[in-house]
Design a protein around this ligand. Structure first.
Ligand SMILES: Cc1cc2nc3c(=O)[nH]c(=O)nc-3n(C[C@H](O)[C@H](O)[C@H](O)COP(=O)(O)O)c2cc1C
Length: 196
C-alpha cells in the first residue's frame, strides 16, 4: 500500500491544503500535533511552509533536532487529529506516556531521518528545517525541505490524488474550526473558458 512519492511530486500532497499531523522525536521522546496551516512554496526541491506556535512542545523538539515529519490524515482520523491538536505532549511524564502510547497510535520509522510516522495516515513526508530565524520568531513559520515522501496508493499514486466513492474513509480533511473538518470528496475538473 505504501509507495515512495517522487520528491518532484511531493508538493501535490499538500496542494489542496489538507490538515496535517506534525511528528517529531528528540532523545527518544516522540510527539505529535495537528497543523492546519501548511503549504508548498517550491516544487524542486520540495519546500513547504508550516506554522508552529511558540507554545507547542513540537516547536521545542524541532529547535533541538531541526527535523519534523508531515503526516496527512484522512476522514477516518478526524478524532485522532483533533485530539493531538488539543493536548500538549510537554507534560507527558515519560517517553512511555507520549501521545502515541496514550491514544494507541501505531507508527513506523521514516526511511531517511528515522522520524516516527503515523501508520494510519495516507501520506508522509520527512523534512529538514531550513533555518529562517526571522520567519520563525516573527511569524511562527518554519520553512522545511522534504527529503522523503510516501503515499498510500489506494488514494495517491503516480503523482495524483484519486478521491472517489470507493475510498471515502481515505479522503483528506480540512479544518473549519473547533474540531469540525470538511472532507475533500467532490473533485471537479476545471476547463479553460472559451473566448466570448
Ligand atoms: C485541527 C487543528 C489544527 C491546528 N493547526 C495548527 C497550526 O497550523 N499551527 C499551530 O501552531 N497549531 C495548530 N494547532 C494547535 C496545536 O496542534 C496544539 O497546540 C497542540 O496541542 C500542540 O501540541 P504539542 O504541545 O504537544 O506540540 C491546531 C490544532 C487543531 C486541532
Amino acid at each position: 500500500m505504501k509507495t515512495p512519492v517522487q520528491l518532484s511530486h511531493a508538493s501535490r500532497l499538500l496542494n489542496h491544503g489538507p490538515t496535517v499531523i506534525v511528528s517529531t522525536v528528540h532523545e527518544g521522546r516522540r510527539n505529535l500535533m495537528a497543523a492546519a496551516w501548511s503549504m508548498p512554496v517550491e516544487f524542486t526541491p520540495p519546500r513547504i511552509a508550516v506554522v508552529i506556535d511558540k507554545s507547542t512542545y513540537t516547536r521545542e523538539q524541532i529547535a533541538h533536532t531541526g527535523t519534523l515529519a508531515l503526516n496527512i490524515p484522512c476522514r477516518a482520523l478526524a478524532d485522532l487529529t483533533f485530539t493531538v491538536g488539543s493536548i500538549s505532549g510537554r507534560n507527558d511524564p515519560m517517553p512511555e506516556e507520549d501521545k502515541f502510547e496514550r491514544y494507541g497510535i501505531k507508527s513506523f520509522s521514516g526511511a531517511v531521518l528515522g522520524l516516527p510516522l503515523v501508520e494510519d495516515c495516507i501520506a508522509w513526508m520527512e523534512c529538514r528545517v531550513i533555518s529562517e530565524p526571522h520567519a520563525e520568531q516573527t511569524y511562527d513559520t518554519f520553512f522545511v525541505e522534504a527529503v522523503s515522501a510516501l503515499s498510500d496508493t489506494r488514494v495517491f499514486a503516480n503523482g495524483r490524488w484519486d478521491m472517489n466513492d470507493s475510498n471515502r474513509p481515505l479522503h483528506t480533511i480540512h479544518h473549519l474550526g473547533a474540531g469540525l473538518f470538511a472532507v475533500a470528496s467532490d473533485p471537479v475538473q476545471g476547463k479553460i473558458l472559451s473566448d466570448q
